[in-house]
Design a protein around this ligand. Structure first.
Ligand code: BES
Ligand code: MN
Ligand code: ZN
Length: 511
């Protein structure tokens, strides 16, 4: 699907759906610039069916002599114009960015439901934001909201008719000013990359194996001129990466560690992104219960987010910084040579780990990636993303990503980036008390503490491998899939979370 801008008059649009946005007024009828649409709103408002509340929709089917040629007209409410700031960090512009994203998603959802393929969207006069930000966020919402994964759904039973598919979206703007077109492009880049991450995650574990991460990395490198190195099992053995090798030892699929480099200039700072690419997590010998285990194909969402962010970076080519991406990828299965509780392994760089629970595998593969990446690339800052703990779902639910960091400035930057793009985070503490929970009797550390503060002790484990480098850890176990229900994020399945936070972080790096 494509989103383009146009200055062609909406009143003459012949497509399947024409979408307008209206603000809610104080007990008065919402106002639409198009007289025909206004006439349609009137009876609905009088009947009490439509007042322009946020997310409210009104679908009109043009009739009469003066009717516009579009097959359907959709009116979407944007809610009231007044101040809406002060909610847990997100400021007023952030709140409005999210409103337009959701509004775009609502248009796409309605189009899918009604099987409208060609739509025109009339960009509203923005409140608070610049027009280009409105276009950016609407575009994001439209594209993310139009996302579907139907690849393996071939049967077409009568009662199981798949939704339609949106083929073309035209954004109507009165004048195609440069910043506006740039806003559209930014939105398109962010959303397309988010959809790539969703695609990777939606693939089943028997398809999206570690080698697929390597293939994807090489494809990006070729397309955007990144350098790409894929560490094989023998490379890992030579480098003594006992974490990823240990986790991989029960699996028939070889492990991969994909390293991509976006380089501007040596003098520029390097940001390192690390993503957990666990393509299926059975728990290993500490086997998980069967119920819901199929969802553990999503245990690679951190890796998918990092790959998605690199795709966006390749499209956008930001100036002033270098970016290195590291995705350690493997399965965690209970094969005959699998890691066992009580085993002691050595992470890259020499720290030893007593494995208490083979299901705490993410931190083992990330430890190798963090230690190796920091040694190799000496980044100014590191951000890792991982579906790391069930505990974060208990603590924050499906609405916020857990954020843990050894650096207040970096943590604030990441949290602000998340607020700006509708992927909110919440910071949890680190500290010596928590680190003490992973002291081992027989090795340097052990891979689990006790049940208490599971998200924090997992991060405390990772902290052992970052030294003094400013580092932020994003625990996305609650948000990578079955995220908050929003018009532009699927209720079930992967959200693509992290892609836009990372992109936003990169975009604002120098500010
Ligand atoms: N991939 C899981 C974490 C997870 C749980 C992600 C639920 C998404 C939803 C991780 O590898 C894991 O199994 N963590 C264990 C750690 C425990 C053994 C200390 C957990 O959270 O139960
Ligand atoms: Mn696990
Ligand atoms: Zn896992």
């Amino acid at each position: 699907m494509n989103v383009k801008h146009t200055t062609r008059e909406p009143g003459k649009y012949k497509g399947d759906m024409l979408a307008y946005f209206v603000y809610q007024e104080d007990r008065k009828m919402p106002v639409c610039e198009d007289i025909y649409v206004q006439d349609g709103i009137k009876p609905a408002f009088r009947a009490g069916d439509f007042s322009g509340r946020e997310g409210e929709t009104l679908l009109l089917y043009p009739v009469g002599q003066q009717k516009p040629p579009a097959k359907r007209i959709l009116v979407v409410g944007l809610g009231k114009k007044e101040n809406s700031s002060g909610k847990n960090g997100a400021d007023e512009p952030d709140v409005w960015r999210e409103k337009y994203r959701k509004a775009g998603g609502t248009v796409s959802r309605t189009a899918l439901k009604t099987r409208a393929e060609k739509i025109m969207v009339v960009v509203p006069a923005p409140i608070v934001l610049e027009p280009e930000a409105t276009v950016e966020c609407l575009t994001e919402g439209l594209l993310l909201g139009a996302y579907q994964f139907k690849k393996y759904k071939k049967s077409r039973k009568e009662d199981d008719l798949p939704q339609g598919e949106i083929r073309e979206v035209l954004l109507f703007v009165a004048k195609a000013a440069k910043p506006l077109v740039a806003g559209l492009k930014r939105g398109r880049i962010a959303a397309t990359a988010g959809c790539s991450a969703r695609d990777m995650a939606n693939e089943p574990g028997n398809v999206w194996t570690p080698v697929r991460f390597a293939d994807f990395g090489r494809k990006l490198a070729k397309k955007y001129g990144f350098s790409c190195r894929v560490l094989s099992k023998t490379d890992m053995q030579r480098l003594k990466m006992g974490g990823i090798l240990g986790v991989n030892s029960g699996s028939a699929q070889p492990p991969k560690m994909v390293i991509l480099q976006y380089k501007t200039a040596d003098r520029n700072p390097t940001l390192m992104l690390v993503g957990k690419g666990l393509t299926f997590d059975s728990g290993g010998i500490s086997l998980k219960p069967p119920k819901g285990m199929e969802e553990m194909k999503f245990d690679m969402c951190g890796g998918a987010a990092v790959m998605g962010a690199m795709q966006a970076i390749g499209e956008e080519k930001p100036k002033g910084l270098n970016v290195v991406a590291v995705v350690p990828a493997t399965e965690n299965l209970p094969g005959p040579s699998a890691l066992k509780p009580g085993d002691i392994i050595t992470i890259y760089g020499g720290k030893t780990v007593e494995v208490i629970n083979t299901d705490a595998e993410g931190r083992l593969i990330l430890a190798d990636a963090l230690a190796y990446g920091i040694k190799q690339f000496k980044p100014k800052a590191v951000v890792d993303l991982a579906t790391l703990t069930g505990a974060v779902v208990i603590g924050l639910g499906h609405h916020r990503t857990g954020l843990l960091s050894n650096d207040d400035d970096l943590a604030a930057k990441v949290a602000a980036a998340g607020d700006r793009c509708g992927e909110p985070l919440w910071r949890l503490p680190l500290g010596a008390e928590y680190s003490k929970q992973i002291d081992s009797q027989v090795a340097d550390i052990k891979n689990v503490g006790d049940r208490a503060a599971g998200t924090i002790t997992a991060a405390a484990f990772l902290q052992e491998f970052v030294g003094e480098t400013p580092w932020a850890h994003l625990d996305i176990a609650g948000t990578a899939y079955n995220f908050t229900d929003k018009p532009y994020a699927p209720k079930n399945g992967p959200s693509g979370i992290g892609v836009r936070t990372l992109l936003e972080l990169v975009r604002g790096w120098r500010k």
